[in-house]
Ligand binder design. Structure first.
Ligand code: SAM
Length: 367
């Protein structure tokens, strides 16, 4: 058995079929975990496949032609995803993010978006539905997604420097095609467009200021993300992390920025506004300033495992409950118990040693 096979087998083997309580209480829209954190966000990985091989996420050395992705029968269908989402929403989820892998590789994604748009929050409001994509296929799909009800898009782009970007995506994908995707999203008039840039020391930190400058005044918000020890294949070392404080310092030296208030409690990015009023940037400091204490996010893997932390080592097999005919009440009860018992705070206790633990891959549980 090769290492690649072990990677996938471990991800599933470490999952447990959850207990379904005999008399589950009806979901009340305010489900708290063991640390008092409410369940508010659900990130859904719609595919474990990606057409990029970003060196920090799906390095070619592991995700090569022999890597065993999930077979189609293992993926949650759109109906199953929608049913699961409805149960999470009954517990209080208000925000959905479709991710992956590269979500646009999932055929007819606009159909799923339409199905999710029809759901309402516990108090009857529309759900906030967003998508994270590498942008490579966005110019073809932006209009259809908007028409289906998608409101917000985040496009990942790690550098505007052609050689650096092609090297980081490791499939020689050009910058211009991602920029075209962002333009298509702009033309489709999404309520919000954000750009994610993962910053890795000695690789693309020299491109931070150029990225900020490029989007300054565009209305789009660039978010600079500290390189994280997600999964167990990206060779993470603390020395490769550029802190958000350093990123803020670099940008501020060229284009003054002022710290801005959070839009809401638990917002992942810290906001910084340009002093001249021409927009804002965000920094995501999972490594240097952990935000576990306000984390309200659950993750649903491509094959229907629930993970209560991005850095989890095992999940809860909700698909097994669904496919064995359990009722909505039973599955909602299981979700309730899992969240009630949630204690995760990985980023607060991270060390070089925990970073080496066998965590699930981000492409599988969703970024
Ligand atoms: N394929 C899509 C994309 O490229 O945006 C969605 C999935 S990707 C896993 C989601 C986000 O996670 C991207 O913005 C990506 O840059 C970020 N990401 C992946 N690995 C990371 C790491 N090791 N540290 C920080 N961010 C990471």
């Amino acid at each position: 058995m090769t290492t690649k096979v072990i990677t996938i087998v471990d991800q599933r083997a470490a999952s447990r079929v959850p207990v379904t309580p005999a008399h589950p209480p009806a979901p009340g829209g305010a489900l708290a975990d063991a640390r008092g954190r409410l369940l508010r966000d659900l990130r859904i990985s719609v595919t474990d496949r990606c057409n990029f091989r970003c060196t920090y996420c799906m390095p070619k050395s592991v995700f090569d032609k022999d890597y065993q992705y999930l077979p189609k029968s293992e993926l949650l269908s759109f109906e199953e995803i929608t049913r699961m989402t409805r149960l999470f929403v009954a517990h209080g989820v208000e925000k959905i993010r479709l991710t992956g892998g590269e979500p646009l590789l999932r055929k007819n994604l606009e159909v799923l978006i339409g199905m999710l748009t029809a759901l309402k929050t516990h108090d009857g409001k529309p759900l906030d539905i967003a998508l994270t994509t590498n942008g490579s296929l966005l110019s073809k799909k932006a209009q259809a997604f908007k028409a289906a009800g998608l409101q917000r898009v985040t496009v990942s782009l790690d550098s505007l420097d052609e050689a650096v970007f092609r090297g980081m995506n490791d499939v020689d994908f050009p910058v211009a095609d991602v920029l075209n995707g962002i333009d298509a999203a702009h033309d489709a008039a999404f309520a919000s467009i954000k750009i994610n840039m993962v910053v890795k020391k000695g690789v693309n930190d020299q491109d931070v200021v150029a990225m900020a400058r490029h989007f300054k005044g565009s209305g789009h918000i660039v978010r600079f993300i500290e390189f994280m020890d997600v999964g167990s294949s990206n060779g993470w070392r603390m020395n490769d992390v550029v802190s958000s404080a350093e990123i803020v310092r670099m940008i501020n030296a060229e284009m003054p920025i002022i710290e801005a208030e959070s839009n809401y409690t638990g917002e992942v990015a810290q906001r910084w506004a340009y002093a001249d009023g021409s927009g804002e940037i965000g920094v995501i400091s999972s490594v240097t300033q952990a935000f576990c204490s306000t984390c309200t996010r659950a993750r649903l893997s491509t094959d229907g495992n629930l993970y209560t932390c991005l850095f989890a080592q095992s999940g809860h097999d909700l698909r097994a409950l669904m496919r064995s005919g359990k009722s909505d009440m039973q599955i909602a009860g299981a979700i309730g118990l899992i969240w009630n018992q949630r204690e995760d705070r990985y980023s607060e206790i991270r060390t070089e040693e925990t970073a080496r633990a066998k965590k699930v891959e981000m492409s599988y549980i969703g970024g």
